[in-house]
Design a protein around this ligand. Structure first.
Ligand SMILES: NC(=O)c1ccc[n+]([C@@H]2O[C@H](COP(=O)([O-])OP(=O)(O)OC[C@H]3O[C@@H](n4cnc5c(N)ncnc54)[C@H](O)[C@@H]3O)[C@@H](O)[C@H]2O)c1
Ligand SMILES: [Zn+2]
Length: 356
C-alpha cells in the first residue's frame, strides 16, 4: 500500500506547465516519456509541456485521445499500452497526463497497470481535475455497465496545476469544478466557505488568480487530508460524497452528458442540506446558505434549473440501487454546521426522494 498512499507534492500557480519537465526529472530518469492528452487540450497546452520535457532531457511521445468521457475505456487504455510498447517503455518510463479528469483517470490507470506500475505526472487542466480528480490516487476507466468500474489506487509522483490553463476552459466546465470546491467548503473548510460567501464573484471565473489559487489549494489540502486518513473509503473519505447520492441519481437518470456531474452534485447538495434541516441536524438558516451560495456561483439548485429535467422514475430506480447501500439502508452525508459534515447510516431512498 505504500506506493498507493504516498502523498505527492502538488504545485499550484499560473504558468507552471512550463516547468513540468523539471518536476518530472526529480522522479524519473531522462529518456522516453508518454504524454497523454485529449484533442481539446492538446492544441492549447501541449507546446509548453513538450518544450519543458525536452529541456529536462526527456523524449516525449504524444498520444491524443478524443475529448470526452467516451475515451475513458479499456479500448483506449489498450491503445496507450501499444504506444508504450512502441516507444520501448520499461519500468522507469514515465507517463504524463495533460488534461481534465478523463485524461487523468485514463492515463493514471495505464500507469498503474503497465508493468504493474510506472511513475506518472498529473498536469490537470480543468478545475475539476485540479480540485478533485488529481488528488487521492484513484485511477480508472468506465465499462458499458457503469462508470469507474475498473481501476486502481495509484498516486502520481507529482501534480502540477497550472491555473493559467483554466483560462481556456469552457465556462460550464469551470462551474462544474466549482461545485466540487463548494462541496469541500460545506463539509470540511469553513474558511473556504467564508471566502466564497464573502465574494462569490471572485470565484466564478479564473480571472482572479489569487482567489483561484486559494480555492485550489484549500481543496487539495482538504481532500489530501481525508484521503490520507482513509484511503479506501471506509470512513472519513466518505464526506466527499456530500451531494453525490442524489447527484449520481440525477446524472444517471438524465443519461450522463446532458447534465454535467457538477450540476447534478450542486442540486444534490441542496437536497442533502434539506435532509439535514429536516432531521434537525442543521439550523434552517444555515441550510438556506447552501442553495444561496451555489446560486451565486451560477450553479443549479433545483431540477427545474437543469438543462434537461430527468424523470422522477429514473431517479427513484437509481437511488434504489445505490452502491453505497448496506442492508437496505443508505448512508447519507449531511451537514451539522456550515463547514462540517456528519454521516448517518440510517437513510433511505424514500427520504432522499422526499427532499427533491
Ligand atoms: N479519480 C478521481 O478521484 C476523480 C474524481 C472526480 C472526477 N473524476 C473523473 O474526472 C472526469 C471528469 O473530469 P472533467 O470534468 O475534467 O472532464 P474532462 O476531462 O472530460 O474535461 C471536460 C472538458 O473540458 C475540456 N478541457 C479540459 N481542460 C481544458 C482546458 N484547459 N481548456 C479547454 N478545454 C479543456 C476537455 O477536453 C473536455 O472536453 C470523470 O471521468 C470523473 O469520473 C475522477
Ligand atoms: Zn464529484
Amino acid at each position: 500500500m505504500r506506493a498507493a498512499s504516498r502523498t505527492c507534492r502538488v504545485r499550484i500557480g499560473p504558468g507552471l506547465l512550463a516547468g513540468a519537465g523539471d518536476v518530472l526529472a526529480e522522479f524519473a530518469r531522462p529518456g522516453p516519456a508518454l504524454v497523454v492528452t485529449d484533442d481539446n487540450v492538446g492544441p492549447l497546452w501541449l507546446a509548453p509541456v513538450l518544450a519543458s520535457l525536452r529541456g529536462a532531457g526527456f523524449v516525449p511521445e504524444v498520444a491524443v485521445v478524443p475529448a470526452g468521457e467516451g475515451s475513458k475505456t479499456l479500448a483506449f487504455a489498450e491503445r496507450l499500452y501499444g504506444d508504450l510498447v512502441r516507444i520501448g517503455a520499461d519500468r522507469g518510463t514515465p507517463v504524463v497526463a495533460l488534461g481534465g479528469g478523463m485524461v487523468t483517470d485514463l492515463a493514471g490507470f495505464v500507469s498503474a497497470t503497465w508493468l504493474r506500475g510506472v511513475p506518472w505526472l498529473a498536469l490537470p487542466t480543468s478545475l475539476l481535475a485540479m480540485v478533485d480528480a488529481s488528488v487521492g490516487g484513484k485511477t480508472g476507466v468506465d465499462l458499458a455497465a457503469g462508470k469507474n468500474l475498473v481501476g486502481a489506487f495509484w498516486s502520481p509522483v507529482g501534480v502540477v496545476s497550472d491555473t493559467a490553463a483554466l483560462e481556456t476552459l469552457p465556462a460550464r466546465e469551470f462551474r462544474g469544478g466549482l461545485a466540487e470546491a463548494a462541496k469541500v467548503a460545506f463539509t470540511l473548510r469553513p474558511d473556504l466557505l467564508a471566502a466564497l460567501e464573502a465574494g462569490p464573484e471572485r470565484y466564478t471565473s479564473p480571472a482572479d488568480g489569487e482567489a483561484l489559487g486559494f480555492l485550489v489549494e484549500a481543496c487539495v489540502e482538504a481532500k489530501g487530508a481525508v484521503v490520507e486518513a482513509d484511503e479506501r473509503e471506509a470512513g472519513a473519505r466518505r464526506v466527499l460524497n456530500f451531494g453525490h447520492t442524489a447527484g449520481h441519481a440525477i446524472e444517471a437518470a438524465a443519461g450522463y452528458g446532458p447534465v454535467r456531474h457538477g450540476e447534478a452534485v450542486a442540486v444534490g447538495m441542496v437536497i442533502a442540506a434539506r435532509i439535514s434541516v429536516r432531521r434537525g441536524l442543521l439550523r434552517p438558516e444555515d441550510g438556506a446558505r447552501v442553495a444561496a451560495l451555489l446560486r451565486s456561483l451560477g450553479l443549479p439548485v433545483a431540477l427545474a434549473d437543469l438543462p434537461v429535467e430527468p424523470d422522477a422514475g429514473g431517479i427513484r430506480d437509481r437511488l434504489a440501487t445505490d452502491k453505497k447501500r448496506r442492508d437496505g439502508r443508505l448512508a447519507l452525508v449531511l451537514l451539522s454546521a456550515p463547514g462540517r459534515a456528519v454521516i448517518v447510516e440510517d437513510g433511505s431512498a424514500e427520504e432522499v426522494l422526499a427532499a427533491f
